[in-house]
Design a binder for this molecule. Sequence first.
Ligand SMILES: *Cc1c(COP(=O)(O)O)cnc(C)c1O
Length: 242
Amino acid sequence: MEKLLSTNRRIEIVKENYKIISERIAEAAVKSGRNPEDVRFMAVTKTVEPVLINTAIEQGITLIGENRVQEFLGKEPDLHLEGVEKHLIGHLQKNKVRQIVGKVDMIESVDSVEIAKEISKRSEMQGITTDVLIEVNIGEEASKFGFAQETLEESLAEIALLPAVRVRGMMCIPPICETKEQNRQFFSQMNKLYIDFSSKIFNNINMNVLSMGMSADYYEAILEGSNLVRVGSALFGERIYR
Ligand SMILES: *Cc1c(COP(=O)(O)O)cnc(C)c1O
């Protein structure tokens, strides 16, 4: 359906969606005892054309997330990214690390010690430190990336020793749930882990980002403590994979 809409119409839809989502984020933030500006609204831009991404930025988006290194690097020249933070949110292959380090402000999808080591190594070579989030496979799903809860402590201790990555928090993609209640349980469990690990003393680790919640469940995620929601289709419309 989206394909049949004119670009102008799609631009209008992104503007409307941006407003609606911003208001819901603000409402959920207040409901959870925080200020609207305490929760960041990331526009997830995979498969989205630059014209629509730029529209979202004009509306006030200051954070974008891309899944694939190649897609991001290909689109970047067409984006109006002044004042906009860029995060990588998709699973990263070791051989792509070299291309993305230094190009994004944060890598949210650190899902193994090995990938963290590679990010540190490539960052060191560039003389920079890369901010990362630890991805947790909160639903223990075989199909998903991320650390299992029981390996978190040991893995974090190892990552904390790396010289050129800085762990800023955690992210998760919970299982698809039948009810909002089930969804909230995963988010709540994640928030507990986040609080638990934030208070543990690890050198190099100073967590203040909890990235959880997408188009279908960002409201519930905020109620359970998320301070960064990653919204794609609710903002840009259904994705068309080419
Ligand atoms: C695609 C994607 C999103 C956004 O998904 P929507 O349901 O379209 O909002 C968020 N986070 C990650 C890691 C994604 O890959």
